[in-house]
Design a protein around this ligand. Sequence first.
Ligand SMILES: *Cc1c(COP(=O)(O)O)cnc(C)c1O
Length: 366
Amino acid sequence: MIPQSDPKAGYLAHQREIDEAVKQTLDSGWYILGKQVAAFEQEFAAFVGVGHCVGVANGTDALVLAMRACGIGAGDAVITVSHTAVATVAAIELAGAEPMLVDIDPVTFTICPQAVEVAIKSYRGKAKLKAIIAVHLYGHPAEMAAIQELARRYELKVVEDCAQAHGAKLAERRIGSIGDIAAFSFYPTKNLGALGDGGAVVTNDAGLAERLRLLREYGWRERYVSEIAGMNSRLDELQAALLRVKLQYLDEENARRRQIAAVYDEELKPSGLALPKCVGEVEHVYHQYVVRSRERDVLKARLREQGIGTLIHYPVPVHLQPAYRHCAHSALPETERAAREVLSLPMFPQLRDEQALQVCDAILHG
Ligand SMILES: *Cc1c(COP(=O)(O)O)cnc(C)c1O
């Protein structure tokens, strides 16, 4: 059996250090917002190359808090994609705003700047357009230069959804350091995964960082005094402690993901599948290795019979899900085509070369 991802292997790879960090934290007697979270926030900000990091409870909250810190809420609209984790769109509504979903680029699967511009120009709704959320899907950076240019021209904020792209680079800069503010998830299967829930918001804007710190804990600067209306969304000490261990290995593990991708790239050339492409000056981190096929469902079933796990990210575009049918403002043909054709092959740093070759063999000859 070859699983599609394996968060337990990610624990076992660093078990001794993680166990030690967890034990130390348990012994410390301090479990919420203490030294581990503060140290992780510093180390992760340095890793991304930003001034500030605020640890929060999960990636969805990170997006909600990023928007709320930017003053986005009721009466506002936010542009993003439908081809993403539902969390991206759910977060916009949780912040009180209206999602406006646009189509993707069919090669990179990330937000299409031309579609964003069309949406901005043709928008006639009552809500005020405030921001664009660019999702760095599958580990490939979105086309940020064009998005930043549109944001400047139309006075919009840019929020990066970095949940699938920890460590990825665009023109030598880490994603998360490019827009106004960025959200990360540390869900166990992500490139930097906790052993439970976790998330973070990063920014270079000290004012936004200060608002984030208030918003994540009831608007408190001083305990028990709410300066603004906040929520409870805290990263806990245990998760922060083990994230500090795993962060040390993130670049190495992302490099291993690229090696596995190179094996797939080479071996699957004759397969007839559309393989992932890097567009622009990007360093892809292959959160997922996603192929496209018109016979996707047949291929998926065939691989399952041979003990190879695959997943579909995502089978139903957000705008076609019952809760979000009101969010599509135009046809989204590339999004709907992607949902029919994409398949995510096994991808995690502990996947061995011979296992990757076995996957390729099953695709080519199985
Ligand atoms: C995982 C993910 C999220 C949400 O993160 P959670 O920690 O599960 O709340 C948001 N956006 C994208 C693109 C994701 O992949």
